[in-house]
Design a protein around this ligand. Structure first.
Ligand code: PLP
Length: 283
């Protein structure tokens, strides 16, 4: 198949799929999701994505009809049905709707609807630096939940695109940098420390972020998981953005000003570590 959609036990090519009108995704965005990358029909960091998926679903009390092992096996079997061996692997669960078409409250215990979407895709080129803009972070305070409510992220990403940038870096009142529209952001400080926002409710703790931390630990680079400000970021030795599809993107321009570029050796070493890990684990 060229691509695949799965909904509540039924699967087809994406264009053939229809979704029940009353699915709570439509009225409330009442669901959580994951995105992983597959190469050679192997899903990279699947266990980590599965763990985060269940944690997000638990936080919203959405029940998943499968055990973690069953869900992993199901997704792996769907991945094998595509022609392309390099894929973006998306899945989400939405809360099961009741008799009332659009009622805010819900009955606990009902099993959610599982959606899966598979499309041919490759990881992004991580060897060319990217540009970013900054924007105030006006989102809710549950950013640790990977909710399908992504309208703020859509607005930020669109503003970045309109200004020719890859990402929008977000900051809260007082100048604390949180994350980006669809990536985490990290800095290398003047004393060679990898600094990344703490994994609290102000950010989504990225799987790629955890790989960057592993890279640093194995390379002997000190890691500091504490908040940093816009000023610290603008003066940092390097600024790195990370996400599942763009595992380690060096940022060389923020709001039109040149930034980073002062410790290429560290940035290169981290990038090399994560890319090697991806290649090895999907070979
Ligand atoms: N932060 C936000 C808001 C995101 O939406 C994402 C990815 O979608 C990330 C961070 C990066 O997470 P991951 O590395 O798991 O892709």
């Amino acid at each position: 198949m060229k691509d695949l959609a799965f909904y509540d036990g039924y699967s087809s090519e994406i264009d053939n799929m229809t979704i029940p009108f009353c699915d709570r995704a439509h009225f409330f965005g009442d669901g959580v999701y994951e995105v992983a990358m597959a190469r050679n029909y192997t899903i990279y960091a699947l266990d980590e994505h599965i763990e985060r998926f269940y944690a997000s679903a638990d936080a919203l009390k959405i029940n998943i009809a499968y055990s973690k092992d069953e869900l992993s096996s199901l997704i792996c079997s769907l991945v094998r049905r595509l022609d392309s061996d390099e894929q973006s692997v998306y899945w989400q669960v939405t809360r099961r709707y009741g008799d009332e078409a659009r009622e805010h409250t819900y009955s606990e215990g009902a099993q959610g609807k599982l959606w899966v979407m598979l499309r041919p895709s490759k990881i992004k080129d991580i060897y060319n630096p990217v540009k970013a803009i900054t924007l105030p972070d006006t989102r809710w305070h549950h950013c640790n939940i990977k909710s399908i409510n992504l309208i703020p992220a859509v607005m930020y990403a669109q503003k970045a695109k309109e200004q020719g940038a890859y990402e929008a870096i977000l900051y809260r009142k007082g100048g604390r940098v949180t994350e980006c529209s669809h990536s985490n952001v990290h800095i290398i400080t003047s004393n060679g420390v990898f600094k990344t926002a703490p994994a609290d409710n102000m950010i989504l703790a990225g799987i790629a972020r955890s790989h960057l931390i592993s890279a640093c630990r194995s390379l002997g680079i000190e890691v500091d998981e504490s908040p940093f400000t816009i000023d610290e970021m603008m003066n940092a030795e390097e600024i790195i953005l990370s996400s599942t599809s763009g595992m380690c993107m060096v940022c060389d321009s923020i709001d039109g000003k040149s930034v980073g570029g002062k410790n290429k050796a560290i940035a290169d070493a981290i990038r090399h570590w994560v890319m090697t890990d991806f290649i090895e684990k999907t070979s």
